[in-house]
Design a protein around this ligand. Structure first.
Ligand code: ATR
Length: 577
């Protein structure tokens, strides 16, 4: 498997892994894209460790995206820097050229042009005057991009708070300097057509809600382009729009620079791989799906619209979307994840006269819509489960369809403490999600036979074992059980009464499948843990449908109770069954 990644410090907030991994999975490439958080003083060591100069084969890394603060300093570790990289003076992409030259380039300028082009006729720029704000690291990519245009803009005016820095840039780019104050820019406002913000003002954090311009600057004929994309709507864009102008967010620039990198990473330079529109769309969705915090996400979550054809194969619909949610996890190979201690299987093997209860934290579901009520939070529900004696908690982390979030594992862990078994319930399609599960605190993951081939299940089980994690392998039919029993090393088998293709429940499914297994594979059934899943919401249900189960998995059966007292009663009822 080839390894790619983003090199930056800090790197945690980068959306590049989600974007690149979504594309990698869509294109079926054997690669993983991760995060490399490297302090400036460790940069040399990082290059020595991961790259053998002139030999791609013996290098650990096949390509890098580079961000602040390494865009300039990484250059001395490269064999070659192309024209764009040299002119921009900053490298945002490192790749192997002809397998033996470690080369640096810059795709930010391409990202800028492509995203501008979506809303603006570049050929008209010949008649337009452009005002560029800022003279920092990002400014040169914009000035270089403008220089590659044909025709060139009528005029490019450069303004920066610190005039000396703008003067320096004016030596290498054909720009006119404006050395007045921000307020004085208002006087030339009517002559300007396009304004590009390359300063850090407006960015989430200390600079949020600050625009580099005054609101009086804006006129209806203006187009504002912001390279900032967190938040998507900066004050700079908002004020331009309020004055009747057009605003273009930096999100698309980020996407297009990433697409250009993707084509360089996964094709040869001479014959760059042209990725499909579908892959571009998936990469864009991955950015949108990852750009909100867990709390923002929770506040704004709405039931997704599922079309009639999608309803016919809801599982396929969910899985098709899954790759946009991958947080990217190879960092975990590097950073040595804390090994798990198989807490999940240990707990379920504890002898008990009634089935263990695995209670689920499920904020919503495609069949029920919102399950959480006013005042619910994952923390509150986790506390209620633990205090009332459930054996394990299943944390749904699917975002779009179940309103969950990978961060919810951490939130639950913070409530239940280190030794309480947590299952990550999601649609696992890629090994990265298992590492991610461990990183965020899960002891086990769900592997679904309806989603994964038997070979993949076995491969993923091996990964789990290496991480000290368990896997709940879920089946729905007799054939699936036979496959799992005879061709995998699964120890914990979930039998789902729900047909995930249609969402219909067959209450007798658990008993039927269990009986089938006992009849045909009596030896293989020994020592396994069997979990009855779906459609359980009462004492009678457990008695009628889940006899001989080692555990039952219940989510909505508890959460849909009208009050917290009734939820607790329900847990107690299920525990004595
Ligand atoms: P570099 O990319 O070289 O590290 P930077 O810090 O990213 O530089 O540059 C940020 C840009 O935002 C600069 O143009 C900076 O202006 P100065 O050169 O005057 O520092 C600009 N910037 C940052 N804070 C600003 C503020 N409060 N008002 C106006 N411009 C600001």
């Amino acid at each position: 498997m080839k390894i790619f990644g983003i090199l930056a410090y800090p790197v945690h907030h980068s959306l590049s892994p989600q974007m690149h991994n979504a594309g990698i999975i869509e294109e079926g490439i054997d690669a993983l894209y991760t995060r490399f958080e490297v302090r400036p003083e460790h940069l040399e060591e990082f290059f020595q460790k991961n790259f053998s100069r002139n030999i791609q084969e013996s290098s650990k890394i096949s390509g890098l995206s580079v961000s602040v603060p390494h865009k300039e300093t990484c250059q001395k570790f490269l064999d070659e820097i192309d024209e764009a990289g040299k002119k921009v003076g900053a490298v945002n992409t490192i790749y192997w050229k002809e397998k033996n030259i470690l080369c640096g380039t810059n795709t930010d300028y391409l990202g800028f042009l492509k995203s501008l082009e979506e809303k603006y006729e570049l050929k008209n720029l010949g008649k337009k005057t452009v005002l560029v704000l800022g003279a920092g690291g990002a400014t040169k990519a914009i000035l270089y991009a403008l220089e590659t245009l044909n025709p060139l803009p009528k005029k490019v005016i450069l303004w920066n708070r610190t005039v000396e820095k703008a003067e320096k840039l004016a030596k290498s780019f054909a720009v006119e300097l404006f050395s007045g104050t921000v307020e004085e820019l208002e006087h030339i406002s009517k002559n300007i057509d396009l304004v590009i913000n390359t300063t850090s003002l407006g960015m989430e954090g200390d600079f949020e809600n600050i625009s580099p311009l005054t609101s009086l600057f804006w006129k209806p004929h203006h187009t504002a382009f912001d390279i900032v994309y967190t938040p998507l709507e900066t004050k700079f864009l908002q004020e331009c729009r309020e004055a009747g102008g057009t605003g273009i967010s930096g999100e698309k620039m980020f996407l297009f620079q990433g697409i250009a990198q993707f084509e360089i990473f996964h094709g040869s330079l001479e014959q760059q791989k042209n990725i499909s529109e579908k892959t571009k769309k998936i990469m864009s969705l991955a950015i949108q799906s990852s750009s909100q915090s867990v709390f923002e996400f929770e506040k704004n979550w709405t039931v997704p619209k599922i079309s009639e054809p999608e309803k016919k194969d809801i599982l396929g619909t969910i899985v098709a979307h899954k790759q946009t949610e991958i947080f990217a996890s190879l960092e975990f190979f590097e950073q040595k994840l804390a090994m798990g201690e198989f807490l999940f299987s240990k707990k379920l093997r504890e002898k008990k006269s009634t089935p263990h209860l695995i209670a689920e934290i499920k904020p919503a579901s495609p069949s029920k819509g919102k399950v959480f009520r006013e005042g619910d939070s994952v923390e509150k529900i986790a506390k209620m489960y633990q205090e009332n004696g459930v054996s394990c908690i299943s944390v749904l982390t699917d975002k779009k369809f179940f309103g969950g979030h990978i961060q919810n594992l951490k939130r639950v862990r913070s409530i239940v403490g280190r030794n309480f078994p947590l299952l990550r319930k999601d649609f696992i399609v890629h090994p990265a999600q298992i590492f991610e599960a461990r990183y965020f605190g899960a002891d086990a993951v769900l592997l679904m036979k309806s989603v994964l081939s038997t070979e993949k299940i076995e491969q993923f089980l091996q990964i789990c074992t290496k991480l000290g994690m368990d896997a709940l392998v879920e089946v729905h039919t007799a054939e699936e059980l036979a496959e799992v029993l005879t061709k995998t090393s699964a120890e914990i088998i979930g039998i789902n009464s729900r047909d995930l293709k249609t969402l219909q429940i067959d209450p007798q499914n658990f008993q039927n499948i269990l009986a089938f297994g006992k009849k045909h594979f009596p030896e293989k059934m020994k020592e396994k843990i069997f979990i009855s899943e779906s459609g359980i919401s009462s004492y009678e249900d457990v008695q009628n449908t889940s006899q001989n189960a080692d555990a039952i998995l219940v989510g909505t059966g508890i959460l849909l109770e009208k009050t917290d007292e009734l939820r607790v009663q329900k847990i107690q009822e299920l525990l004595v069954s």
